[in-house]
Design a protein around this ligand. Structure first.
Ligand SMILES: Cc1cc2nc3c(=O)[nH]c(=O)nc-3n(C[C@H](O)[C@H](O)[C@H](O)COP(=O)(O)OP(=O)(O)OC[C@H]3O[C@@H](n4cnc5c(N)ncnc54)[C@H](O)[C@@H]3O)c2cc1C
Length: 495
């Protein structure tokens, strides 16, 4: 009996979806135009009006997104899936293809922009039509040798070239992970040497090229407890190859006038990543706008000092700099390492300290770029930070046209904030990981973990999407709905 009921309700549900989907394009208005600038405090962007918030999202897509977020809110389901993915059952061919097939139609479709450049290009076009831009991020593993670096570089070149076949400005950035184009052991070696050089002024690095400050006095130095051996000739050669790879990727990306943003990793290798990022900034940043953006992780105690030191040094050189500001994704491993060495953690002691640091860095950078060249990517799903920065940007008169501020969130996440900021007239990008499912699996597992539970940052999206679905169904079917359809809708769509 229960099975029959379920079948009937499924059929009913799908017939409602089909009818609503068919009506989507004509019934629901296109993405609204940016509103005129207002100074209305917390109301800087509107989330309550779900009709205009999700105006550009077809009903089918909205249902899929709401269903995905509802499933990931059920912790036991996510825990079971994570256990399954890591279990030996995945070695059994049939089980593996069933699991991968399910993931492809659920989490992969929700969080990943496509399996190749063509599919991802379709996603970029769709986003562009709805007033958003894309940051292209080909899912790459950490490289272990020159061969894997060369392979990754080819993919990144392909990504950069592909931007030229997409509508101009629809891609805001090409994302580069230095860990994919320079062997990780070498990044570790270079980071050690840079730390030692900073602490010992007589220690010289013959291979070091012009860059910007990488450390501040309160940066973590415990990774390097003794003087590291100098780079061997082969290591110097490999480092030169990594520079060349970054150079080729940048050249390709700039041919399409698309800047490059470089991701941040953990503190054991971040100095080498910053070294290469700032080397590229010195080489490529134009007088009027930065073409290379580095990443600052605000959960680090030294984040604010480093940001301001780097900015000051760049100012002295007359060089505009761009930062992507994030809170940081390696909190537990950083704390674990510091704990195992018996040293103070480089991560802020409380989440509120991280919030303060993030908001402080953002405010500092907005002030800096308000009347000078430079750029900030505010990469967050945190609504309070989004509101604060939107308000400050208005106060400083930073508009979308100035291209100094871009809000960014991960594809499939923080949709309400994304559309709210877009409707308020800000530049907003979605970070678009793409690639074959096997390659993108570690990313998907991280997203599943992050979205788990009713208190996750996706909770707001879930509630607003359900509210909008209910509104659309009611608006479309209105009085034509039967009593059972009405009851069914209320039951299914009430958050
Ligand atoms: C577009 C984009 C690009 C990204 N790129 C990178 C990148 O290059 N490198 C990278 O490391 N991450 C990156 N991230 C992930 C980012 O660092 C965060 O992990 C993620 O965005 C969640 O933080 P939040 O600002 O959205 O907000 P929230 O959900 O409000 O904050 C959660 C974050 O606060 C911090 N935190 C949580 N608990 C504590 C605590 N007890 N003490 C101190 N701090 C705490 C952690 O950083 C945690 O991730 C990116 C995120 C986005 C949206």
């Amino acid at each position: 009996m229960a099975m029959i009921n379920k079948d009937i309700s499924n059929k009913l549900f799908h017939s409602l979806v089909r009818r609503a989907n068919a009506a989507t394009c004509s019934t629901f208005p296109p993405a609204p135009q940016p509103v005129a600038s207002t100074n209305d405090g917390d109301k800087i962007f509107e989330l309550e009006d779900t009709k205009s918030l999700f105006a550009s999202v077809p009903t089918g897509k909205l249902m899929h997104a709401a269903a995905m977020l509802n499933v990931t809110a059920v912790e036991p389901v996510v825990d079971l899936s994570l256990w399954m993915m890591n279990s030996r059952l995945m070695e059994v061919g049939l089980v593996r293809s069933a699991v991968m097939g399910t993931i492809k139609h659920t989490a992969y479709n929700h969080f990943v922009a496509g399996s190749d450049t063509v599919e991802t290009g379709q996603t970029v076009r769709r986003l562009w039509d709805s007033g958003l831009r894309g940051m292209l991020d080909y899912g790459l593993e950490h490289a272990i040798d020159n061969e894997s670096c060369d392979k990754a570089t080819q993919q990144l070149i392909k990504t950069a070239e592909y931007t030229q076949s997409l509508p101009p400005s629809s891609v805001s950035f090409v994302v580069v992970k230095v860990t994919a184009i320079c062997p990780v052991y070498l990044l570790r070696r270079v980071s050690d040497l840079l730390r030692w050089e900073y602490r010992n002024s007589s220690f010289k690095l013959p291979w070091k090229q012009q860059t910007l400050p990488i450390f501040s006095e309160n940066s973590p130095f415990y990774h390097t407890l003794q003087q590291p051996a100098p780079l061997t000739t082969e290591e110097e050669h490999d480092l030169e190859l990594a520079h060349q790879r970054l150079q080729i990727i940048c050249d390709k990306s700039f041919e399409g006038n698309v800047p490059v943003v470089i991701d941040a990793e953990d503190t054991s290798i971040q100095p080498a990543i910053d070294y290469m990022t700032y080397w590229a900034s010195v080489k490529y940043n134009e007088l009027q706008r930065p073409m290379i953006f580095g990443t600052i992780q605000a959960y680090l105690k030294d984040a604010g000092d480093r940001m301001s030191l780097t900015k000051k040094a760049a100012d002295k050189m007359g060089l505009p700099v761009g930062f992507k500001l994030v809170r940081g994704a390696y909190m537990s491993s950083e704390r674990k390492l510091a704990h195992s060495l018996g040293v103070e953690s480089p991560i802020h002691n409380t989440i509120n300290d991280t919030h303060d640091c993030f908001n402080g860095c953002a405010t500092f950078m907005l002030g800096e770029v308000s009347n000078r060249p430079g750029g900030l990517i505010l990469a967050t799903h945190n609504l309070d930070s989004g509101k604060l920065v939107a308000r400050k940007a208005r106060e400083y008169g930073i508009t979308k046209d100035s291209e100094k501020l871009e809000f960014a969130s991960l594809y499939g996440m923080a949709e309400a904030m994304t559309f709210g900021l877009r409707n308020a007239g800000f530049g907003v990008s979605k970070y678009l990981p793409y690639g074959p499912i096997d390659q993108i699996m570690p990313y998907l597992l991280r997203r599943a973990e992050e979205n788990k539970g009713l208190l996750s940052s996706s909770n707001l999206d879930r509630q607003l999407m359900m509210k909008e679905l209910k509104r659309r169904m009611k608006a479309y079917f209105g009085q034509g709905m039967t009593v059972s359809e009405n009851q069914f809708l209320n039951q299914k769509l009430t958050p």
